[in-house]
Design a protein around this ligand. Sequence first.
Ligand code: ADP
Ligand code: MG
Length: 581
Amino acid sequence: MSRIKILDKSLASKIAAGEVVERPESVLKELLENSIDAGATSISVTVAEGGKRLIRVVDNGSGIAREDAGLAFFRHATSKISTEEDLEKIMTMGFRGEALASISAVSRVTIRTRRPGEVEGTSVIVEGGGEPATTGDGCPEGTSVEVKDLFYNTPARLKFLRGAETEYGRILETFKKIALVNPDKRFRIVHGSGKALDAAPGTSRQRIADLFGSDIGKKLIEIETPDLKGLTGTHELSYPTAKYLNTYVNGRWVRDRAINRAILEGYGQLLAGGRYPFAVIDLRVAPDDVDVNIHPAKSEVRFRNPNYIFDLVRYAVRGALSRTTAPPQAAYPKAPAGPNHLQPYMALNEPASAYGVCGRQEEKAGLLFKEEDIIDVKNPEFLGLVIVGQLWGEFIVAHTPGGGGEAYLIDQHGAAERCAFEKLKKMYASGTVPSQALLLPERFETTPEEKEAVLGASQYLSAFGFEIMPFGHSTGSGGETFLIRTAPCLLSGRASAGLIKDLAQELSSFGGSSRVEERIDGALMRIACHSVIRGPRPLAKEEAAALLTDMARIDFSGHCPHGRPVVKRIPRGEIEAIFGR
Ligand SMILES: Nc1ncnc2c1ncn2[C@@H]1O[C@H](COP(=O)(O)OP(=O)(O)O)[C@@H](O)[C@H]1O
Ligand SMILES: [Mg+2]
């Protein structure tokens, strides 16, 4: 006797149902999605015994025509797609035509539905996958789907369900996930004789407040980019689990670890390790850039370009967070402690920047040399100088110790630039120019020529610590928009778009006849130049000393791209001669 049998229809449909309907919450998800697809603006849910006895969803959507009402229960019966191409551009929640078939295979379902304008509606009853029984019904416009006695005919499944409260807890979570991303529709839910949760149409913020409480509603920051819309909690809202990360793709709630990680990275160090924020993030992705058909419950998706999506989310979150009040100081790592004379000269008196900070201490300090470099003194003369003061906020006045020797005039801006250049050059040669991710990535547009130059120089730019990403066509003709994702730490967050265009010009092969090394030196000097504060600036004695300490480590005899002198030594004799002594 043959051992292989084709399962009868009823058994096969119960097995298939298991993929879609795992527990009451999955029923609710499918029914809510159908209501949304039907264009409903008001959706009301009634639940009894955690959904095990009853889940009823009533909507005011398009309804189902009499001739379709029975069909809706057949597997692969759907009004939402008809060709293979349609699968590439799905914008509805449903499309597999499985939900009603699956649900009705394992429960008793009654649908009552009337299309707007129709005189009489229709009611269809299906029990345990049996034949649909269709009759006329004087029901209101819209659709009511009632699911009773879930898993009554699959006792093994029934056994796995938890207590009514636990199942209702899950139902409520699903309800909130869907209600969150549809704030323009009214959502209501009631469990047994409990109090109804009723959310009126309104803004996303209002919806969050209705579902999670007004306290959360007050601690949210709006995010709106062309590809993403949502709200994200301030750092004050943090939780031990990822439960409050609500992520959607084109309005469809999805679970995606990478998106969650991108959100967390967006927060950077604003959240302590192991804590998760509150977020509602709806990604707008062209339907052919995302495959929603990889999971029967449609809760997982696959992106054509996951890295791009990752960056999109990370930057949008960062951008939103950085627009609000400055983050609490304590959340950032403290500035490196050290003896006063090792304070980074360039970074003093800088306004708190809205940009990220580098993780490692020596990176953060920018110009600051590492402790071990102190031994590596090339110009000990600068270490022993007695600092007298400053002229016009621009020149340091110093002299050698003791009675004779020389007076020193130092151009503080030129010296700082030169130190930055030498340091940068050393880092570039060793292949590690420390860079930092920008909290708010800078966006810039290019002309077609600039675009070529930027792309042509991208290899050098990345070696300098600039990570740049093409971001679509520029609004002008033929150009490109770029995003600056990281910049050298040395720039401590200064705007870099102009600098990058200049660098690209400088480096692009058709830009001049000079040798590559010279062009690189020129580019490094330009970055160094950009990194220091211009114009007169009063210096504290410690700052002046710090600059001299940096200068002590630099070989000033070498070639300087700007070719300007930085130090003027005046022998005592010359000064005496002025006065005829
Ligand atoms: N609430 C509703 N309002 C209007 N039509 C509905 C509703 N629920 C289901 N339908 C109709 O029944 C069909 C089958 O539903 P379903 O089994 O969930 O499959 P899918 O949503 O994947 O199309 C839908 O395509 C739709 O035409
Ligand atoms: Mg459906």
